[in-house]
Write a new protein. Sequence first.
Length: 361
Amino acid sequence: MRHKHSDYMHWSKTQSRARFNLATSGVAPFPFRELPIDVKELEINGDNSYGYPPLQRAIAAHHGVGRECVVEAAGTSMANHLAMAAIIEPGDEVLIEHPTYGPILDIAHYLEANVKRFRRPEENGWTIDAAEVRRCATPKTRLIVITNLHNPTSVLTPDSVLREVGDTARSIGAFMLVDEVYLDAVYENTPRTSFHLGPQFVVTSSLTKVYGVSGLRCGWILAQPDLAWKIRRLNDLYSATPVHLGELLSVAAFRHLDLLRERARRIVEADRKSLREFLAQQSAVSVVETNWGTTSFPRLSCDSGRNADAFLERLRSEFDTSAVPGRFFEMSDHFRIGMGVNTEMFAEGLNRITRALGRGD
Ligand SMILES: Cc1ncc(COP(=O)(O)O)c(C=O)c1O
């Protein structure tokens, strides 16, 4: 039976909410009223058959790529789906990092790929070992998939490693899909998109996570022009044209991206400070800390029972606090905490985690 759903998305939509919600992955909503736009300039219909040119130009300029390489998509979710569907045939081998963002795996299974994995070991700081990827790749591998920043850990993969993995992909005629939805949450020396590293690189991203404008569903794919065109034609089967109002507001968001980003940075950094204080005092969890990103992926220590599901259930029912169970990343003794939310709410959520950890099962 073909895999036709995502357990993580379902959980996230139905069970992640709590008064102290640390189960998020993106920055809290940017208030519409603070976006400097004139609503009289908005229109319901527009010329956007295969993309709205001003939005394509804004995305292209953001990444320093040609407009012909940009494909609009409904968020990174649809961008991942479209890119993978355009590349993969049933039975193709697809090599995906472990752990990874669940829906990426779900899409690969839905497309009936032969899914293989390579490990990002916690003991190595969740880094990618290019030699390990080389060992796992075969002449049947059609696509290698990673997230950068890594979801759930926020670990950054440097260009040197991306290049090596890209060399492996090129040597076997495979593509390299890099989901960069969190990359702009590196606030100092923000890396350029990996799309520049070679024609085998296909990149997905959006404004949904790092900029607080998730509701615009402004996502995109960067691909070489021939693949980009194939993806646009494939999207005719899914969603014809995007919502034009969303495109106009997305162009406005790009025009004021620095404003959105600075606000997001302030919120994320305040939360990271609280998280650091929490981790410094907490022996019941261990974590690979990063200086960037919106998520952190602590592991429960042996003393805490190492079953994050039971712990999180108690955290929710007794402390009205939520975080994402590690089982959605195939790591059941971990849980994911999301930064970028209200500072006081975040700090109180951490307080409650401390209390729940203290009490034990
Ligand atoms: C790595 C990764 N890719 C894609 C998505 C989906 O993002 P979007 O809201 O843009 O569809 C998420 C959301 O959490 C994510 O973590």
